[in-house]
Design a protein around this ligand. Structure first.
Ligand code: ZN
Length: 289
């Protein structure tokens, strides 16, 4: 643990949540590294401490439930994982609205129980102890009330099978590239799609990693591969969903215009006649509005 700089603010969970939220917001413009340095300086903290707080809050492998699954009942903001020495792991909205942090293990066990009760088929055999990490398959959002068992679950209209829930996006991208190179586009698509489910459609928060943008671009390429193999319908659905997901993460990314053009060509070549108006349903993701 880095040594504490002579700041007067106590390191409470609420303080950590506010710092992490400030870094994430700042990072959308300045990048994660610069954002951590700037916010650290403004609070009299060491950049290493701030980077550690952010990475603990956002590390896919370490979180008891998937990133961005939880929302605070009081303020509706996303809740993040806070880990301070002597406090135990807890979830708190970021920035914090003043509510009491909720023990992370309590939430994980409650989420695991509802997933296993309602959608046991989405948890592979032998993975029941990790059932909470498969929650993004059937669940859109979990709103957390006063305690870790006072949960309001919003189920997805259409459940999806999650592949490798503990995998970070960069690992996912690597695995998908291997599947694609091995001529297994369907498996590559499964791996990437699970990753894009981690994008929170309600917060409008930007993904901080370029791996997510590259994953969306690779998904688009795989959609073209499917299309060329005569699977027009799934290819168009995949591409439309990818565009919608990608737009949420990187609203102004140039790949969106390219993917939309590809989708338009797919529609016009598949559905003719020439000049017939084509509806491109780029926002038609199940379970979102
Ligand atoms: Zn709150």
């Amino acid at each position: 643990m880095p040594t504490r700089t002579p700041a007067l603010t106590a390191w409470t969970p609420a303080f950590v949540a506010d710092v992490v939220a400030a870094v994430i917001e700042h990072a959308a413009v300045y990048g994660l590294h610069q954002a951590a340095r700037d916010i650290a300086r403004s609070h009299g903290l060491s950049p290493a401490t701030v980077e550690e707080w952010v990475s603990r809050a956002r590390a896919v492998q370490a979180t008891p439930v998937p990133l961005d699954l939880l929302a605070c009942h009081t303020c509706t903001r996303s809740m993040i994982l806070i880990q301070l020495p002597g406090c135990g792991r807890a979830y708190l909205c970021a920035p914090s609205c003043g509510r009491t942090p909720v023990p992370a293990d309590e939430i994980r066990d409650a989420v695991a129980a509802v997933v296993l009760h309602r959608t046991p088929h989405l948890v592979p055999t032998g993975k029941t102890t990790q059932a909470a990490s498969y929650a993004l398959g059937p669940i859109q959002r979990v709103t957390v009330g006063a305690t870790g068992t006072d949960l309001h679950i919003t189920w997805r209209a259409v459940s999806r099978q999650i592949t490798g829930p503990m995998m970070a996006m960069a690992q996912r991208l690597h695995l998908a590239q291997r599947h694609a190179a091995g001529n297994k586009p369907e498996r590559a698509i499964d791996v990437l799609h699970s990753g894009l489910l981690h994008i929170d459609p309600t917060s409008g928060r930007l993904a901080l990693d370029t791996a997510t943008a590259r994953a969306a671009a690779l998904l688009a390429t795989l959609a073209v591969v499917l299309h060329e193999h005569g699977r027009q319908e799934p290819a168009q659905q995949l591409l439309a969903r990818t565009i919608a997901d990608h737009r949420r993460v990187h609203p102004h990314h140039p790949a969106i215009a390219r993917m939309t053009a590809v989708l338009y060509r797919m529609h016009t070549t598949a559905t003719g006649p020439p000049g017939h108006p084509t509806h491109i349903a780029t926002s038609a993701t199940p379970g979102t509005s």
